[in-house]
Design a protein around this ligand. Structure first.
Ligand code: AMP
Ligand code: ZN
Length: 456
């Protein structure tokens, strides 16, 4: 059996994956801030996490996957100043922060379905877990890690000596990074808000009573409270994009370990960015962001072509978005599906040699570009078509490219009828039937062994 190795940001090394407890593996992935659509950069991170989860399942683990929805407390500048992104979005769109959250959460879930991303076992919202966050802050207060300022309750990072263990930056560098927007009331530049007070004289849409005053939780505390609540004692893997390393995840570790006195998650995995031309990060705050809808669906490109593009670049390598990359991915995915379709419908036995090669490749820190090469090699091999089909369907449990889809019976019947017309050289009927099939969203291709059908 091949062992699974993953790159842990905490140790900066490839580590053998050993679950903390049993074969039940806890996976926490930081979810979206629902003030806008997810852009395809965000979705790259969710695709990487989906691959990770599928690889764990392929290795025989049962995965308990928790994803949060940030619907309060994420401030515009990530610096504890700025406005709450939800309240800001609510003004922009002229609807309540609660409606905004509901709308963009639904849009996000639709993106996941379109990309064939498996749903988390548990969805949890920050606003549904405010008492848990208050409890955690109370524990930190009792243990002496907090202090009060005019705008909220803060975590004193100087009291947590291992504050830089995830970022590996020296404290001066971290403090420099946090100094962008100065808050004079903070003891250290890296200190962060656990609880923020509502502005004096103004009522926020989302606010709660607390022992310190009416206000709302800071962004980082939600992930600590919810991962401890839903995943303890299986705090195995925690993921996000690389922008989460220096602040969000660093703060999550500090406050969780300070509160529990125990190590927080064992493995920390981070996905590299999707950049736009010139190496600039695709970001919601800039005008440069593309959604699955405007970059793919509205252009008639199946979102799974994006999934295929993502699989072709290792998750720790930056990727530059271009129309050409997407065109190539569309062709590549199409070609692969045609190859699979041409194998017929008889499912044989999984080719052991190729399965092992595939497993070894994905277990090497999720080397999916190489795994696609193994799939392609297998499809060109001497295995019978039936065995190739069995093997590629097995690989698709990880790839998630919907390589063999079920064609509805009525489309199948139309195709059979068209085949008869073609054999009878009734070209006009044959063309007519082909058109009907295409209008229903299917492509029909003639091959040496008859026709193949696939979704457009
Ligand atoms: P947010 O909704 O801004 O909290 O981001 C959701 C997820 O997307 C986080 O895990 C971020 O680290 C990640 N992310 C943000 N921008 C990008 C990008 N350009 N490429 C890849 N991942 C990103
Ligand atoms: Zn988080």
């Amino acid at each position: 059996m091949s062992e699974l190795f993953l790159y842990n940001t905490l140790s900066r090394e490839l580590e053998k994956f050993i679950p903390l407890k049993t074969d039940l593996v806890g996976l926490y992935t930081c979810g979206p801030t629902v003030y806008n659509f997810a852009h395809i950069g965000n979705l790259r991170t969710y695709l990487f996490e989906d691959i990770l989860k599928r690889v764990l399942v392929y290795n025989g683990y049962t995965v308990q996957h928790v994803m949060n929805i940030t619907d309060v407390g994420h401030l515009a500048g990530d610096t504890d100043n700025g406005e709450d992104k939800m309240e800001e979005g609510s003004k922009r769109e002229g609807r309540s922060a609660w409606d905004l959250a509901e709308f963009y959460t639904a849009a996000f879930k639709k993106d996941l379905i379109n990309l064939n991303i498996i749903e988390p076992t548990i969805w949890c919202k920050a606003t549904d877990n405010v008492p848990e966050q208050i409890e955690l802050i109370k524990t930190l207060e009792t243990r002496g890690y907090t202090y009060l300022t005019p705008d909220g309750v803060y975590f004193d990072t100087a009291k947590f000596p291992e504050y830089n263990k995830l970022s590996h930056l020296n404290l001066d560098e971290l403090r420099e990074g946090a100094r962008v927007a100065k808050n004079e009331a903070k003891r250290n530049a890296t200190d962060f808000a656990l609880w923020k007070f509502s502005p004096v004289g103004a009522k926020r849409q989302m606010e709660w009573e607390s022992p310190w005053g009416v206000g709302f939780p800071g962004w980082h505390i939600e992930c600590s409270a919810m991962s401890l609540k839903y995943l303890s004692p299986n705090l195995d893997l925690h993921c996000g994009g690389i922008d989460h390393i220096n602040v969000h995840h660093t703060n999550e570790i500090a406050q969780s370990e300070a509160a529990t006195g125990r190590p927080f998650f064992k493995y920390w995995l981070h996905g590299a960015f999707l950049n736009i031309a010139g190496g600039k990060k695709m970001a919601k705050s800039d005008g440069n962001f593309l959604t699955l809808d405007n970059a793919f669906i509205k252009k008639g490109i199946n979102p799974l072509a994006y999934r295929y593009a993502i699989l072709n670049v290792h998750y720790r390598k930056p990727m530059e978005y271009s129309k050409e990359i997407i065109k190539n991915a569309e062709n590549g995915w199409d070609h692969l599906r045609h190859q699979v379709n041409d194998l017929g419908t008889e499912v044989g036995k999984i080719g052991k040699e190729y399965k092992y090669k595939f497993l070894e490749t994905i277990n090497n820190d999720l080397n999916l570009p190489q795994a696609l090469a193994v799939a392609s090699e297998m499809l060109k091999s001497k295995l019978s078509d039936a065995d190739k089909l069995a093997t590629v369907l097995d690989f698709d449990l990880v790839l998630g490219l919907e390589l063999a889809e079920k064609i509805p019976a009525e489309i199948m019947a139309l195709a059979e009828e068209r085949e008869e017309a073609r054999i009878a050289k009734d070209w006009s009927r044959s063309d007519e039937l082909r058109q009907i099939i295409e209008d229903q969203g299917y492509l029909l291709k003639d091959g040496p062994n008859g026709f193949t059908l696939m979704k457009k």
